[in-house]
Design a protein around this ligand. Structure first.
Ligand code: AMP
Length: 384
């Protein structure tokens, strides 16, 4: 059995697998928020451990989602104290995510010190970014000193969705060029060539790129200078503003796409502009990534908004028929969760493919712990 833990800043998701079959799953949300019965991650994890009788389960491993793995972690990694120190050192690059991930790791290791704990990183999938895509046009010395480059995120999801799409197309993933749009609370796009990430919209941190619920996505770096010089805002003020008060929320006051779309239907102009900016940004990236890939076989929507919002899918891809991209209104509006939404015969097949990060983590760990790989894990653990 593999227990997968996905600790976010205010939520803990978990799933228990026996091989590839999920046995149990759950979510604790609103941790530490006013009025929530769950005070902190420790309380959340203790509740989960009690519910599942975690202490006595016949576990093979515990898997942890870790958002930022920097330049070092290119594959799933068995956690030891050095690994924990490195994940901690990356907190400045993922201040919302890595602390929560670490807390989950430390609590779970205390509960089950007898099994390997494995970190699976959101950045790893993008280790294949070519230098031209990974490098900012920035002072070379400073970039090297502070690790300033584009890392990319949502890699666990991109990798899973790319493999799943290849299965749906009944073609090997290494023959396919695709654009995957992960549109959730956080949102990013990836250009995937032969199963390898060659471009992605998030960068040094999960702030760059597409418009998100509360994050800016792309913004002229000079906006920060104006806010500091004319508004007197500190670096921390600007950081908090960019993370929590921008995106859809900054544009219209709401960060949940369902509410934004309800307000659009009621004729609200601020919500309309928010939706237009959101979809325009996606369309711009689709065009750019089509150019990066040259030939495009598939374009895939995933995560909360990508899987559920027909409006966002239709508006983002409207008018792209000259590029071989179209959405069929009936297929887009309804059907099985996993489906083709382009008309038959269009050169680029458009899909909705639900993501499953916990399953992807369990699969990675099963591969890592397979008998041939297990010998290496044991010997590297012994060395450590
Ligand atoms: P995720 O981070 O993948 O869980 O996605 C969460 C986001 O998905 C929420 O903030 C909502 O904005 C969005 N979402 C969920 N269901 C719908 C829906 N039916 N229509 C539009 N957006 C949705």
């Amino acid at each position: 059995m593999i227990f997968v833990l996905n600790c976010g800043s205010s939520s803990v998701k978990y799933r228990l697998f026996d091989g590839s079959s999920p046995l149990a799953s759950g979510k604790v949300e609103r941790i530490g928020e006013a009025g929530s019965p769950i005070a902190d991650h420790e309380a959340a994890l203790e509740q989960i451990a009690r519910d599942l009788r975690l202490a006595s389960l016949p576990l093979e491993a515990v898997g942890h989602r870790v958002v930022h793995g920097g330049a070092r972690f290119r594959t799933p990694t068995v956690i030891d104290s050095d690994v924990i120190d490195e994940i901690r050192a990356l907190i400045p690059l993922a201040p919302l995510h890595n602390p929560a991930n670490l807390e989950g790791i430390e609590l779970a290791r205390r509960l089950r010190p007898d099994v390997p704990h494995v970190a699976v990183f959101d950045t790893s999938f993008h280790a294949t970014l070519p230098a031209a895509a990974a490098t900012y046009a920035f002072d070379r010395g400073l970039a090297a000193r502070y690790g300033i480059r584009r890392y990319g995120f949502h890699g666990i999801s991109f990798s899973y969705v790319a493999r799943r799409t290849a299965t749906l197309l009944d073609r090997p993933v290494d023959e396919l060029n695709m654009i995957v749009l992960h549109l959730g609370n956080g949102a990013s796009a990836a250009a995937i060539q032969g199963g390898r990430s060659v471009e992605t919209s998030m960068g040094l941190t999960p702030l760059e790129g597409l418009v998100m619920g509360t994050r800016t996505g792309d913004i002229d770096p000079a906006v920060a200078f104006v806010l500091a010089r004319q508004g007197g805002l500190s670096v921390d003020d600007i950081d908090a503003l960019y993370q929590h008060e921008c995106g859809l929320r900054g544009l219209c006051g709401d960060n949940d796409m369902r509410t934004v779309i309800q307000r659009v239907s009621a004729g609200d102009p601020h919500a309309q502009l928010a939706l237009d900016v959101y979809c325009h940004r996606i369309r711009k990236y689709v065009g750019a990534y089509h150019a990066v890939l040259g030939r495009l076989d598939a374009i895939v929507f995933t995560a909360g908004i990508g899987e559920n919002s027909a409006d966002v899918r239709a508006q983002s891809l409207s008018g792209l028929l000259p590029m071989g991209i179209a959405v069929d209104p009936a297929r887009n509006a309804a059907g099985r969760p996993e489906r083709v939404i382009s008309p038959d015969g269009t050169p680029v097949t458009a899909y909705v493919v639900p993501t499953d990060e916990e399953r992807a983590i369990a699969e990675e760990i099963t591969t890592l712990l397979a008998p041939s790989a297990r010998r290496q894990v044991v010997s590297s653990t012994e060395k450590a």
